[in-house]
Design a protein around this ligand. Sequence first.
Ligand code: M6R
Length: 370
Amino acid sequence: EKGGFDTFMAKEIHEQPQAVADTLRGRIDEQGQIVLDEVRMSDQDFRDIDKVFIVACGTSYHAGLVTKYAIEHWTRIPCEVELASEFRYRDPVLDRSTLVVAISQSGETMDTLMAVRHAKDQKARVLSISNTVGSTIPRESDAVLYTRAGIEVAVASTKAFLTQLAACYLVGLHLAQVRGIKYADEVSAILDELVAAPGKIAKVIENLDPVREMARECAASGERVLFIGRHVGYPVALEGALKLKELAYLHAEGFAAGELKHGPISLIEAGTPVVAIVPSPRGRSLLHDKIISNIQEVKARGAKVIAVCEEGDKITAVHADFVIETPASPTLLAPLLTAVPLQEFAAELATALGRDIDQPRNLAKSVTVE
Ligand code: M6R
């Protein structure tokens, strides 16, 4: 049942190229338009939207954080991301022109369901992204896009996360299309890149040996691990840290790299591992320059820097102690690639510490209490 792998998590990491390909299949019609699964909203309803809220928990929340960058860039609609457990308690401003996007692998997470119900009470429209056909959250939503990850057994989410990203990109592009495309060329180029993503994810998976080696080294030192990123690399840093906490029971934290000097840099000691998610040196090179400065800052205080960067990024190779390369990708889509080594890093480090990879202590796959 584990298909020759030691754990379900390993199997599920390897299933990611297929899961993302399945999630994209048939969703882009011959005219290049994106097709949702269940839509109880008209195109005019979509055109009337003037604000998007994304609500989710845990890893699904991290998919939401990435999506904010994509939705605001492609559609110019303001988008906020909120932990579902906080959403309804702070009386958010919602009305008929608000779209609430609920992301939930299980479709049964109670916090997310309560956020959906609150949104509906306030007359907002709800679009859900879920991996479970017919589950409660999709049933209560106005529109649904299902991820097609297949059953995810391991408690730590891997293939569900990548398929959520793929589905979220489709939702962002759908919104852009329905509302009139400002960046028409960019949208069709992005669609081509999305379709190419499974092949690139497979390439990342083929090259995980160096990640495992690094993870075993970190396990031996028993140190906490810090993760830094900018732009969409920031939610990836949060996800890397969550995976490590969940699996290795080790203190790990993700930071927006720009925040280091506002406090967290005092955590750095000689030998502290810092995983840096480095954006492509092409295009938005300003971001790249900034994270190189952050790498220099932490190195100057003794950190051991593991950089996840684009292949051929010579500048990062000079500054980091260790480099994990991923194929070139548009900045907004890069999380589909950069999240994968962090999953393997957490799994290997936890294995070295003798943890139960598929069933970490204190955790359940689906959290159906608030
Ligand atoms: O089923 P959901 O997507 O609503 O679940 C949300 C979280 O409970 C889930 O992503 C959790 O954080 C994972 N175990 C993380 O790996």
